[in-house]
Design a binder for this molecule. Structure first.
Ligand code: ADP
Ligand code: MG
Length: 262
């Protein structure tokens, strides 16, 4: 018999259906729906406080959902299915799922006491148990990709924000993730450093990486993304191709937001 239900889900890197998340009585995500296919780049736009970071954190197993269904990489976040029943995921399963997801934050979050190279090989060696020699070889390849081969032995504090963020991207890629989540990766950078980070992200997209990018960089969203999503008030208000979202905006809320940002 054809396992028909497993076919579509394997094309989807992320499926969110009615995802809800509250902090105390404050409901932050009020039923988020989103599908992102493998190999695609999706950007999430929206005003501050609309729940974008919370949604990314849910995808990365950093939050417990209060409702809805969230599948990442074909597996449900937080739960596993067995004989048709749902069980809470064990810590080891959560760790395995998270190893396939790379995340890049606004604030770089590099380990300050480690060199660039040590930052990059830390997780592959300690989580994936990859031999150090091999991890170093791959780290050097990644550093060359992000244009920082010369900085392998440098400490994060000696690098510019743009360089630190490129190291953070290399560090996430070192785990060979199937999905990359970016939470406003250029928002903390001086304007002249934004371009070098976006160009690394463009190259990654061209390489076929599945990416979800929360950003206010509308040029990036327009040129690089397959899908653009506008979130407001804890829901997806509008989504479509960049052409649809930017040139044929349907909702008043998205129009007003884009009018302010553009
Ligand atoms: P965005 O990334 O779109 O700016 P966030 O997901 O960071 O939005 O936040 C959405 C709302 O959830 C905000 O009102 C924020 O104050 C609240 N929030 C986020 N994280 C927490 C938390 N850990 N505890 C309580 N409230 C939170
Ligand atoms: Mg945020």
């Amino acid at each position: 018999m054809l396992a028909s239900t497993s076919i579509p889900s394997s094309l989807h890197a992320v499926v969110a259906c009615g995802v809800r998340k509250s902090y105390g009585i404050h409901e932050v995500l009020k039923g988020v729906d989103l599908t992102v296919d493998y190999g695609k780049v999706c950007s999430i736009l929206g005003p501050s406080g609309s729940g974008k970071s919370t949604f990314l954190r849910c995808m990365n197993h950093l939050e417990r959902l209060n409702g809805g269904i969230l599948q990442v990489g074909g597996a449900m976040v937080g739960y596993r299915q067995h004989n048709g029943k749902l069980y809470e995921m064990r810590k080891s399963e959560v760790a395995r799922q998270r190893a396939d997801i790379g995340m890049v934050f606004q604030s770089f979050n590099l380990f300050p006491h480690m060199t660039v190279l040590q930052n990059i090989i830390e997780a592959p060696v300690n989580v994936r148990r990859i031999p150090k020699r091999e991890a170093v070889g791959y780290a050097m390849e990644l550093l060359s990709k992000v244009g920082l081969s010369a900085k392998a032995q440098a400490y994060p504090r000696t690098l510019s924000g743009g360089q630190q963020q490129r190291v953070a991207i290399a560090r996430a890629l070192a785990m060979k993730p199937k999905l990359m989540l970016f939470d406003e990766p250029t928002s903390a950078l001086d304007p002249e450093l934004v371009g070098e980070v976006l160009s690394v992200m463009r190259a990654l997209a061209a390489d076929g990486m599945t990416m979800i990018v929360v950003t206010h960089e509308l040029g990036f969203a327009r040129e690089v993304c397959d899908k653009v999503v506008f979130m407001d008030g804890g829901v997806v208000v509008e989504e479509g191709s960049p052409e649809e979202l930017f040139n044929n905006t349907r909702t008043a809320r998205a129009k007003s937001f884009l009018g302010k940002v553009l």
